[in-house]
Design a protein around this ligand. Structure first.
Ligand SMILES: [Cu+2]
Length: 334
């Protein structure tokens, strides 16, 4: 009885080996070019040998370099660089194009779907955000890579770019993520799930999916503040420096000073001195940002890729005195 269990999950990865051999057997190119039976048989034998060699070395490793930077793998604002050390991160073609795309615009992308279990909230009342990430077979994903200390990063912001929250939900054994969430004001809110899923075959997919949440009530949108290079939060002044260019990855840095011009001690938060999320005005596209692990000349530095002209809202999380604070900037890209 037990061995007839139809949905034993472990079988999924084993079945992969059936597919390439089937392709070899029915490959029309092989068949049409080899009308006689002996040659066809030879082709099948050779195909089988090639397949055996491939399997022997592990099919999953063949595309190694590409797998790490697969399409969609580059849109995560919180995902580390996957390039080899010493490789210039900002001058290569294919990655550049992928990175220049905004993420978080779809509930389904790169083979994964964000499925919220509840999307309606009552403004100002404590609620809970619950969701699953589902794979192509509609199964809840339960294996995620830890990136910046967490397997799942959730960003919530109202559609007018106010009320930014950066959350880290916890996952139940069945793959359901949950985190307490209060939407303080009525309106339509955007929630982003930024993660790297691990498939059965070991493939890693870094992506950001997005979904709208609703808090019914009167919604008075705030106009996006004008671009500025300094802002204050809880008595700390944060100065921004950078010149984002469409389609290019450029450094942007932030310098934090304390109440009397002092240099506050910046603590590491999630493995770096700061975390930056950038959202595009108009569609709330989620941008690609790489943090530097160390301070650069006392400043928190990132590499930002803006996909095109427009205005963007930057949200910098930094930690001082045991508290995480968020400094916000509007940046205009010509
Ligand atoms: Cu996070």
């Amino acid at each position: 009885m037990a061995d007839q269990e139809p949905d034993a999950p472990a079988l999924g990865s084993v079945r992969v080996v059936d597919r390439p051999s089937a392709e070899v057997a029915v490959d029309p190119a092989v068949v049409s070019a080899t009308p006689d039976r002996a040659t066809l048989r030879l082709a099948l034998v050779v195909g089988g040998l090639v397949l055996a060699v491939l399997l022997g070395f592990g099919l999953g490793r063949i595309g190694d370099g590409r797998a790490a930077t697969a399409p969609g793998g580059a849109d995560s604002a919180l995902t580390d660089h996957t390039h080899a050390a010493g490789v210039g991160a900002h001058s290569h073609g294919a990655d550049q194009a992928a990175a220049a795309e905004a993420g978080g615009l779809a509930v389904s992308r790169d083979g994964y779907t964000l499925a919220p279990l509840a999307a309606e909230f009552t403004a100002g009342q404590p609620g809970e955000l619950r969701f699953q990430i589902r794979d192509g077979q509609r199964r809840a994903v339960t294996r995620f890579a830890v990136v910046h200390d967490k397997p799942m990063h959730v960003i919530v912001v109202r559609r007018d770019m106010t009320g930014y929250q950066h959350l880290h939900p916890t996952m139940a054994a069945d793959g359901t993520w949950s985190v307490p969430l209060t939407l303080p004001q009525p309106g339509i809110w955007r929630a982003y799930a930024d993660f790297t899923a691990l498939a059965d075959d070991g493939r890693q997919t870094a992506t950001t999916l997005g979904v709208d949440l609703v808090a019914p009530g009167d919604y008075t949108p705030r106009a996006l503040p004008a671009p500025a290079t300094t802002t204050t939060v809880d008595g700390f002044t944060v100065a921004y420096q950078g010149s984002p260019q469409p389609g290019l990855t450029v450094p942007v840095s932030f310098r934090v000073t304390g109440p009397e011009g002092t240099s506050p001690v910046l603590a590491r938060y999630l493995g770096a001195y700061g975390h930056l999320v950038a959202l595009r005005e108009g569609d709330l596209g989620y941008l690609h940002v790489h943090p530097e692990a160390e301070l650069v000349g006392g400043a928190i530095q990132f590499w930002l890729t803006t996909p095109g002209p427009g205005r963007y809202r930057l949200y910098l999380d930094f930690a001082t005195g045991g508290e995480v604070r968020t400094a916000e900037f509007t940046v205009s890209v010509p």
